[in-house]
Design a protein around this ligand. Sequence first.
Ligand code: PEP
Ligand code: MG
Length: 764
Amino acid sequence: MLKTLQRIVQEVNSARTLDETLSIIVRRVRRAMKTDVCSVYLLDQEQQRYVLMDTMGLKKESIKQVSLDAGQGLVGYVGEREEPVNLDDATQHPNYVYFAETGEERFHSFLGVPIIHQRRILGVIVVQQQEKRRFDEGEEAFLVTVSAQLAGLLAHSLATGSSSLSGLAQNSIHGSCFKGVAGTSGIAMGSAVVILPMANLDTVPDRVPEDPDAEIEQFREALTAVRNDIHEVNRRLAQRLSEEERALFEAYQRMLDDSALGQEVINKIGEGNWAQGALCQVVTRHARFFELSQDDYLKERATDIRDLGRRVLAYLQKIEQDEIEYPEKAILVSEEVTPAMLGEIPKEKLAGLVSVQGSSNSHVAILARAMGIPAVMGTIDLPLGLLNGQKLIVDGYQGVVFNNPSDELLIQYGNLMRAEQKLQKGLEDLAGLPSVTLDGFKMPLLVNTGLAQDITHSLNHGAEGVGLFRTEVPFMVSERFPSEGEQQQVYREQLKAFYPQPVTMRTLDIGGDKALPYFPINEANPFLGWRGIRVTLDHPEVFLVQVRAMLRASEGLNNLQIMLPMVSNLPEVTESISLIERAFTELCEEGLDLKRPDIGVMIEVPGTIYQVSRIAQLVDFLSVGSNDLTQYLLAVDRNNPRVADLYSSFHPAVLNALNTIAQSCRGHECRLSLCGELAGDPRGAVLLMAMGYDALSMNAVNLPRVKSAIRQLRKADAETLLDQVLQLGTSEEVIARLAEMMGELGLGALLQPVMSLKTPKKVQ
Ligand code: PEP
Ligand code: MG
């Protein structure tokens, strides 16, 4: 059964349209379960009706003609109950409704299973048989498994809008919203420019060609180029492989022949598809045919065909990519946006970016932040192939993308953008003013940096130092570990720019979602694996080079602080301190005139919450990494859009943990700060101030907003607010209370602009 299921999923996966998806499902499930009928009904969200979308066994004329109200008939009953309904004689059930068009009077047994994706009912899959019998447990379990597996694929297929039924429009990509995670705060509106992943046969859209002859010409060019490549590879391998072993290349050449695959593609172009789409159709069809074969030899041929297809596609895309014309407001969309892609778009035209892969810590997200480009990362369900040229709204606050938004949404976001620009203008004047409350309490605000570009931003915004310099960023832009000298130069630049204010340099925090191309860490559970200090303590040579570079860079400036990431126990702290002290002593012996830097530990692993007072006795400062602390406390991957709704630093458990940390640190000679995203949110900043945090470190962009909030309230008000908030039971209650209080204090405008919008409906 597992094999059958895998095959069905595999086949559905390669379907190009919703109709094709449905047709595969009904045919395959009927065959696998040996039933007389298999049908799929989809829920038209707008009309709240189930529409018979495809069937094997009922009359074909009823497809897309028969439909039922949401609560009507057995199908409606399955949808309402959200569980399987298994009947030996459907006609006897009180909910049974008969549609003459279907010819279903002959069928008695009925098994209907809801198709549910992310708590939303998409439709119902039904199998029926003439014989009066209850489907057995195994059959029922199989259909439930099929339905659960197919729900995600079907949701994606619906989202691509390729259904011929307009009533399902609300499910289509038009006007839909795709979830990712916030990369850079801000809103962008513009036209999508999709940079297709080079040679990915599964993401090429169908498109009507403007000039079919030119497409055929391009295809022929690409074909010739691939033939030449294969010929060349064959020639080069001639010395190392025997003729038999090279027979594959001959086979490749034959497959590419005008009379074989080549001619089929040309025919498809003639029928009205562009070269890339035609190629992918033909290749996918042949590959699928071979994949389904039981014969291992033939299965292998599927790989060959795909490989050839990718090679031809790569040439076609190269021809196409040379011709990209960027619109005035381009939203760069790609499977994995790379820094190079950012560089290819003229700067004045790049409005926003959306990447299917990646997280807020990816290199490109860090670059986007430095450039101030709103970005959404990790939009795993985005139908890339269908977005080119479409109107998009990129909401980098909430981490969502709207495709072809309604006029109403465009107006709402347009207003927000204007309000945001106005607010920013007003905030610019704050740069030179102190961060102090109405009742005279000073709350130092620092910045998080990574790239050299961050320096100017930070200084312009009136930062009082650097609370977190993510040193992995210069490591990411390099092609190998940067040398001690190279690192020293980068660190010196930071220390000098902020002198005499402190610069907190975090030792290399790689692993988790922070990858170095030249030092890959492949693990099943990277966030719980070899990360941060665990890696560098295992590689003292890397750690020592980095610390030495920091110390050398600080000579004469003496504003360096060193911070350790991902600490989970005391020995990690003591070992790191002794390595830092060793480097310090050696450099002093070399004759450098150094001041011992303050050393601090990041509190981001939940276990360390309960060891704060012990750690505080070992170091000069603690800094809470609320981004990681939230993900570990709530067991929610900070980069997984599927669980993004569960990730909230306003969760009472997180707030209480932050408060406990502040209480445990009190009385020790150890400063306490926080450098996660929460510090850059005015609501979070106000609460943290009330808890007693000594400093807050944030993105430069958020600093003026936070400063404005601090300057407009009394510390006593913040403390009252904190007392109330700590009594609440859910994130929603906390957020509502904060909004209320900010409103009462006249700070409503400082809330993230999208707070005033309804949470987008969950399509994906
Ligand atoms: C954090 O975890 O809150 C933090 C500041 O570090 P990073 O986001 O780089 O993991
Ligand atoms: Mg962290």
